[in-house]
Design a protein around this ligand. Structure first.
Ligand code: GLC
Length: 468
């Protein structure tokens, strides 16, 4: 229990001086539209392996990562895997895709998508180039989603992209992103709806869970455990340095669905020392950071965490998606980092391997913004006073420099002055974009900064020293 922080309560006790000055932002739009599967754990266990701690520290320097959802579902442009699930809330989704098919027909239709997946335009070097230019520093790729289709060369099943096309996206992407010094993460779903030892063909498949009683069929379950352990071992053995093992499907866990995660992690770390493991929402020693899905926590949190959310309104590619704007992403990056988190932004390439132009344009804009303002984001740590209205604050690691990021919506106009309480400048306040000094005054702990009238209406960052 020593290193276990009970967080929802203890977070506040640990940071008693953290006044929450701004309005917390919950991305309700996305939650309402798509629903989300995973909330967030309310406890965090600090890892005791110093190499894992060092890796987490480096990961926290990087702040901004790319999440790819890419698989057979990208061919017709439908939700990833979930239409295969016959829980009530997914039936409507399935009917929208194939109104005339019953459940069995639909499953067969989904399984044959693998034969249509031939991404002729897939260019891993180009994907890496786009994300590097967007200012991203790590990537997480869906090696296997809940539908069980392997985007890597698994020898343990025929249901892989390598069998049908000869392309191994995990190989190509890990190679190309490593060239740009990205940290590399493998998303892997513990649930596998194609594997006969998870959804056994003798049984109906009424839910996302294992479809049989494990105590009645220990042999089936053992085969599933071996299959899962074997595939994770393939990922950890055959693709060079892996930094993050991002496990999805939090409902697959001990005691009911115990598949030997501790041993899997031990074996994985023997091959990948210091591997960050994210057994999301399971809590405990194998959840090295927390993963709030499609939302930003209400407050600063004193442990490693990462918001994962989408650039559009879907994880994978769908036709004519609704895009967030570049400002939306920059504003979220400011808020997330100020609250102590990382931002994993998801992009879904289409079935041909193309990333839509609308995504590329936004990513380019974000990258250009970060080129000028990134000092306020990368390598920072949480500031004690981290928010005042539209301004989010980060601190340099030594705590002597404070960075402010002024957030602005797409149709917003910059004011002529910006004010905040706390974080009193001990010297000049300078704009990161062009090094200009901004006139400022301080009265009763309140700082007022004058903005030059020629500044474009967009989010901007500035910095100043504080007395420690
Ligand atoms: C959810 C969903 C999944 C998605 C993931 C990303 O857990 O099951 O479809 O891949 O979130 O966070």
């Amino acid at each position: 229990m020593k290193n276990k922080l009970l967080l929802s309560l203890a977070g506040m006790l640990l940071f008693p001086s953290l006044a929450v000055l701004g309005q917390s932002k919950v991305i309700t739009r996305d939650i309402a539209e798509q629903g989300f599967v995973h909330g967030m754990s309310d406890t965090y266990t600090v890892p005791d392996d110093p190499r894992v701690l060092a890796a987490l520290d480096e990961w926290q320097d990087r702040k901004f990562g790319i999440f790819f959802h890419w698989g057979v579902y990208s061919v017709p442009g439908i939700s990833e895997s979930w239409p295969l699930c016959s829980e009530d809330k997914f039936i409507a989704r399935r009917r929208k895709i194939q109104p005339d098919m019953n459940y069995d027909q639909f499953k067969n239709w989904y399984w044959q998508l693998a034969g249509q997946f031939n991404p002729a335009e897939f260019d891993a070097a180009y994907w890496a180039e786009i994300m590097k230019n967007a200012g991203m520093k790590y990537m997480v790729f869906t090696t296997k989603h809940h539908d069980g289709f392997c985007m890597f060369d698994s020898r343990l099943t025929d249901y892989t992209i390598t069998r049908t096309t000869g392309i191994d996206p995990v190989k190509d992407l890990t190679d190309e992103f490593r060239k740009h010094d990205f940290m590399i993460g493998t998303y892997f779903s513990k649930a596998d709806w194609h594997c006969p030892w998870y959804w056994h063909p003798d049984k109906a498949t009424p839910s996302r869970g294992v479809n049989y009683d494990i105590s009645q069929h220990p042999d089936w379950w053992n085969k599933f455990c071996k299959y899962t352990a074997g595939q994770i071992d393939e990922l950890m053995s055959n693709y060079g340095r892996i930094d993050i093992l991002w496990l999805d499907g939090g409902w697959v866990k001990a005691p009911a669905e115990d598949f030997g995660i501790d041993t899997i992690v031990e074996n994985a770390r023997a091959k990948q020392p210091g591997l960050i493991v994210v057994d999301r929402t399971v809590k405990g020693r194998n959840e090295n950071y927390l993963t709030p899905e499609m939302r930003i926590p209400a407050e600063q949190l004193p442990y490693p965490w990462e918001t994962n959310t989408t650039l559009t309104n879907r994880w994978g590619w769908t036709p004519n998606p609704k895009y967030k704007s570049a400002f939306d992403v920059i504003n979220m990056l400011a808020e997330i980092t100020a609250k102590g988190g990382n931002f994993l932004l998801d992009v879904g390439p289409d079935g041909n391997g193309r990333i839509e132009q609308a995504a590329v344009e936004r990513l380019e804009f974000i990258g250009k913004w970060l080129e000028k303002n990134g000092e306020a984001i990368y390598n920072t740590r949480p500031a004690k006073v981290y928010n005042c209205g539209p301004v989010w604050f980060n601190a340099s690691k030594d705590g002597k420099t404070i960075y402010g990021i002024y957030t602005l919506d797409d149709d917003g106009k910059l004011p002529s002055k910006v004010e905040w309480s706390g974080n009193v400048p001990a010297g000049a306040v300078t704009l990161l974009a062009d090094g200009r000094e901004l006139k400022h005054s301080v009265e009763n702990g309140k700082t007022v900064v004058q903005l030059p009238s020629d500044m474009p209406d967009m989010p901007f960052a500035f910095k100043f020293k504080i007395r420690k």
